[in-house]
Design a protein around this ligand. Structure first.
Ligand SMILES: [Zn+2]
Length: 388
């Protein structure tokens, strides 16, 4: 049996241990020690990482009472210096203890149960047995949870038999016959758990709910504790500072300023659309003059497809064959008319690839795009040749 130093003292970062077993694991090796500071994966908490001698420990797991360390090589010496990635461990202690407090607060306030604790490098979440949570309810939970942090309450861990556990008010009942480890936060919560926890709630620093969403009849609550929450705050503060500078306003006025600017942008968009329509009718009149052999053919220097479509619509009443393009955008739209019997969609399908273009459409209208102006021009010239 390996001596588990992380249960004797959760703050142990390193140890001088002896290798008692070496094995192979997939393409790597496993090492068993006489005593280890490495926490193995369990209870929703990922395993520690670090070094055993010169070997990198990427994963630690437990099987039948033994703690296996997955290493990239077998250490040279039997007596080894072990060191864990303590910043990562402490982060997990902050998140895990925070999760117990948060789940307890939900339980106290709303009588809910929690499940599916996820403690990843990417995000941390728990599922709460509530179909939905309001913003006010989240504020209430956050205030309560952070209140317990300010009180700096002691966190105790101890083993109990299922019989003894009946004398403790546990958040979740214990199943099975074996002794279990209980993590008890004074005044707040007691819960069966094998994870590593801070000794006092003050070490958690802060608990902040980031967002919540409905999930299979429950509510998934995403949160951050301790340094993770602080790093998040710092990143968000940087965003706010940038926005304040870019919008030339104060933090308090920022939301109003953005809302007003968005409304202004929408208004400008509407006006621009009106102007485009007016311009289109003038341009359509000019394009009609260009008609040769019942074909209106014109390549603009620069025009968006939306405008080409608008022009095509306006010109459709002329019943001419229409070819309109945009040189810079490398786009073209073609519309049937002028008494020509050509399936335009079919023509695009058969020919456009020869000119390095993409696109297609129906028998009476199609549009395409090209990587160069030259390809666009050659394609349209080929089309006209086809009509002749
Ligand atoms: Zn736990």
């Amino acid at each position: 049996m390996t001596e588990r130093l992380y249960y004797e003292d959760v703050y142990i970062k390193e140890s001088y241990s002896r290798i008692i077993e070496v094995g192979e694991y997939k393409d790597t090796y496993t090492v068993v020690l006489d005593k280890t500071p490495f926490y193995p994966e369990g209870g929703g908490q990922p395993s520690d990482t670090g070094y055993i001698g010169e070997a990198r420990v990427s994963h630690v797991y437990e099987r039948e009472g033994k703690v296996y360390h997955v290493v990239d090589k077998v250490p040279q010496s039997e007596e080894v210096h072990c060191i864990i990635d303590y910043d990562k461990r402490f982060d997990r202690m902050q998140q895990h203890s925070g999760e117990h407090i948060l789940a307890a607060c939900f339980n106290k306030c709303f009588g809910t149960m929690s499940s599916s604790f996820h403690l990843g490098d990417d995000y941390i979440s728990i599922d709460i047995s509530m179909p939905e949570i309001s913003a006010e309810e989240i504020t209430k939970i956050e205030d309560m949870a952070n209140g317990y942090i300010y009180e700096n309450l002691p966190v105790h861990t101890f083993m109990v038999t299922p019989e003894e556990s009946k004398n403790i008010k546990l958040r979740k009942n214990i199943e099975g016959e074996e002794k279990v480890r209980v993590v008890q936060i004074e005044k707040v919560d007691a819960c069966a758990c094998c994870g590593t926890h801070v000794k006092n709630t003050g070490e958690i620093g802060i608990i902040k709910i980031i967002k919540s969403e409905k999930y299979k009849g429950l509510t998934r609550v995403y949160f951050k504790c301790g340094k993770r929450a602080f790093d998040d705050f710092r990143a968000k503060q940087d965003i706010v500072t940038t926005l304040v500078r870019n919008f030339s306003t104060g933090e308090g006025e920022l939301i109003n300023k953005i809302n007003n600017d968005q409304e202004h942008m929408r208004e400008l968009g509407r006006k621009l659309s009106d102007y485009k329509k007016k311009c289109c009718s003038y341009e359509a009149r000019e394009l009609k003059e260009l008609s040769r052999n019942n074909i209106i053919y014109y390549i603009y220097d620069d025009k968006e497809m939306e405008e080409l479509q608008m022009l095509t619509e306006q010109l459709s009443e002329t019943k001419q064959f229409i070819i309109l393009g945009s040189a810079r955008q490398g786009q073209v739209i073609v519309s049937a008319g002028g008494g020509y019997h050509l399936n335009i969609g079919q023509f695009f399908k058969e020919k456009i690839k020869e000119f390095n273009g993409r696109g297609g459409g129906k028998a009476d209208r199609a549009q395409g795009s090209f990587t160069s102006e030259l390809d666009l021009r050659h394609f349209t010239e080929e089309l006209i040749k086809h009509l002749e």
